[in-house]
Design a protein around this ligand. Sequence first.
Ligand code: GN1
Ligand code: MG
Length: 367
Amino acid sequence: MTSALPHKLLAQVLPQFGYAIEDCKITLLGNGLINNTYLVKTLDKTFVLQHVNQQVFNAPRQVTDNADLVSAHLKIKSDNKSYPLTPIYQLRSIDNKNHVKVQGQYWRSLHYIPQCYTLESITSIEQASVVARAFAQFTAALSDFNSAELAEIIEHFHDLSIRIKQFQQALASATDTLLVAAQTSIAFIQSQQTFIDSIAEITKKLPLRVTHNDTKINNLLFSKTTNQPVAVIDLDTCMPGYVMHDFGDMVRSCCPSIAEDSPKLDNMSINFEILTALTNAYIEGFNGSLSEIERRSLILGIKLMPFMLSIRFLTDFLNGDQYFKTTYASHNLVRAKNQLQLYRLFCQQEALLTNIVLSAPTSNTPA
Ligand code: GN1
Ligand code: MG
């Protein structure tokens, strides 16, 4: 999929949501690495339109059906005042469906919350606290949702042992040129067996929850008037998972001094004050419903998410860039090196990470 507007397709998709393309002003929206997302403005309405990437989501109906179920649950919570954020929801097509199919491709439409913005990085401790509280409230609100109702959108999405297997398959089939370009990263990943084993160990003990699985800072909408979080967006990968995944993903996107695809690794540092604020607010946001083992798992989650994402980026680089959108030839390699460096920096501060997580206020946390 290219980033230019696919006018011919849009001209077929929009009527199925009740609009003619001539009546719509369409622009690209967001920085996602998977789906193509557009903002559509008509005279009387603004909404989001998304082309679901079927190479990644090979059962796209599951994506839209899961999103409906999660939205409905959050709406009940919001109506009875136990979820303070705005639940986002999908709009219906003229056939009353949560998706439309054009030339075998799936599209869906989402409601647009006006007067909001997203962030690519965190600039203050206060911001870190509100971000972490919002993501925790999202997962806490889903704690009584029956995870068996949700389809596993991408099987083994955050399963490190499967990601390692996919990486090994990519190593076996990659060209020599790509293997040489990636050799230091490959060797480093292969030297991390002790860490890989520790993840396998803890996942045997952790309870499954319904998690978001993509808690990057840019998946939170903020109000332009109050600067407070308004909504958690991108429910594509909402499915059973572990709380350490969501916490680790949020931390990896909020704490480093450079973007996830920056090659300037010498400039990378971690803001530990922000990490502390994120940790305290995240644990508090669960209002006592996080178990002791889940709280302890957050220490591993901080290291796991950049490590696993670096493996995913590197696997895609070795496979010839089939999964993540890229804008230049070594983009996935640069991302992989960036996330590996972040993992390294976290590993160097093991004692500090442990201290931050274990000394977070626990007054509400059941033993
Ligand atoms: C992808 O497309 P986006 O930005 O929502 C990816 C996440 C990664 C992220 C890295 C389905 O998310 O897992 O953490 O890129 N989503 C999928 O930026 O693979
Ligand atoms: Mg996503």
